[in-house]
Structures are given as C-alpha cells and as structure tokens.
Design a protein around this ligand. Structure first.
Ligand code: DX5
Ligand code: ZN
Length: 221
C-alpha cells in the first residue's frame, strides 16, 4: 500500500483554505495533523480550534498525531473532529492496551507511534490490536529535520514482527520523507508516508504528492 499523508505542520497557516484546495484535488490519501503540548515534545503546534476549522475543509481521512502526554484524555475531542485515525505515542501511554481499546470503542482506528530510540519489540504484545504502527524517522517536535538512516532497519524489523504475529497493522513513517527517502522506505516495507516540508515546500505540492505516490507504488508482497 502507498498512502501519502501530507502533514499540515508545514502549511502556510495564513492561507489554510488555499492549502486545503490543492490537498483536496491531489492524490493525497490522509491529512496528518500534528498536535504538540510543549511537554512530550519541546514545541507547541496547534490544537482543536484550528483542527476543527481544517476538518470542515476536507472530506479525506484525518490522521491526528498526538505528541502529548496522557493522550487518552483527548479521545472524545478527537472523535468529535471526525478523525479516522487517532495516533498516540507508546512513550506517552502507561496503559496502552486500555487506550487502544478506548480509541476503538470511540469508532476510530488506533495508530501507535514509536520515537526513534524505542525498540519495535515494545509492541509485541499489542501489535494484534492496533491498526497502524507509526515509526518516527526523526525525533518528534519539528518539521524539516534530517531523516534518521537507522529507521530503514527498524522498518524491516517491524515488518518481520507484523508477519510473525499475523497482525494486520500498517506501517507508517513520519519525518524526513521525500523523493530520496520514500522509495527506500517503501522497499523496506512501509505502507503510509507522512510528508511535511517536502510537499508543502514544493513549487507544486499536488504534483509532489503525485511524484511520491508513483515512487512508492508497485511493491510485490
Ligand atoms: C514531527 C511531525 C511530523 C512533521 C514531518 O514531529 O510529527 O509530522 O510534520 O515533517 P517533515 O516531513 O518536514 O520532516
Ligand atoms: Zn507527525
């Protein structure tokens, strides 16, 4: 699968309506929304009022990436946004099993993210219950960072864990995804690609999405 998920973090916040116009007519599959609390990550982005405004401007699925402590507190608000995927960090959840099931009960898909230093094996006992595993390919908190090369090996190990356990989880990556890294990630077994600066910073963002879509197509597996 090659899902392309542009990350709104890299958008021109003074022109969100215009950004959503190209997004809607592009081949983008999901809209990735980065919420930061200044505690889990050393930065603050945007919150529910901004996401509510943006949610009205698209009918594509929303992938809400919560870089916040205690993300379980926000399940009703993320559901009320109409999000398809609630994306939480393993490092932020003591009771991950309970939270994943609460997300499902709220009618959303559960994505669990891992920071670069968190091993894939930490998900061994929950992988069957989750819909998406998101591997951070930069340290969360900022757009435009350099891709961490070690991530490719981590994707391969996550793919092996998914196969061993018979899990149906998709593998998503976030950070430093561009024309150079996307094909390599695809080859390693990634299904969904978050991309911020590479797409929003391109002269023609919709064409950049199309290019990424093509570069990540046709894997035989
Ligand atoms: C980083 C965010 C990413 C970010 C990616 O903490 O989770 O979604 O927007 O940006 P790029 O693609 O510029 O690395
Ligand atoms: Zn993100």
């Amino acid at each position: 699968m090659n899902i392309i998920a542009p990350s709104l973090l890299a958008a021109d916040f003074g022109n969100l309506e215009r950004e959503m116009e190209w997004f809607n007519r592009s081949e983008a599959d999901w809209l990735h929304l980065d919420v930061m609390d200044g505690v889990f990550v050393p930065n603050i982005s945007f919150g529910f009022p901004v996401m509510q405004a943006v949610a009205k401007l698209t009918s594509k699925p929303l992938d809400v990436h919560l870089m916040v402590v205690q993300p379980e507190k926000f399940i009703p608000q993320v559901r009320d946004l109409g999000a398809s995927i609630m994306n939480i960090h393993q490092e932020a959840c003591v009771h991950l099993h309970r939270t994943v099931h609460a997300i499902h009960e709220a009618g959303m898909k559960a994505a669990v993210s891992l920071c670069p230093s968190t091993p894939v094996e930490t998900l061994t006992d929950i992988i069957q219950d989750i819909d998406v595993v998101m591997l951070m390919t930069v340290n969360p908190g900022f757009g435009g960072q350099k891709f961490i090369e070690h991530s490719l090996d981590k994707v391969r190990r996550m793919r092996a864990l998914i196969q061993q356990t018979g899990s149906k989880a998709l593998i998503e990556v976030d950070g430093g995804v561009n024309r150079q890294t996307a094909p390599r990630l695809h080859e390693a077994g990634v299904d969904a690609f978050v991309t911020g600066s590479a797409v929003f910073g391109a002269p023609d963002p919709a064409a950049e999405v199309a290019a990424l879509k093509q570069l990540t197509g046709n894997r035989d597996d």
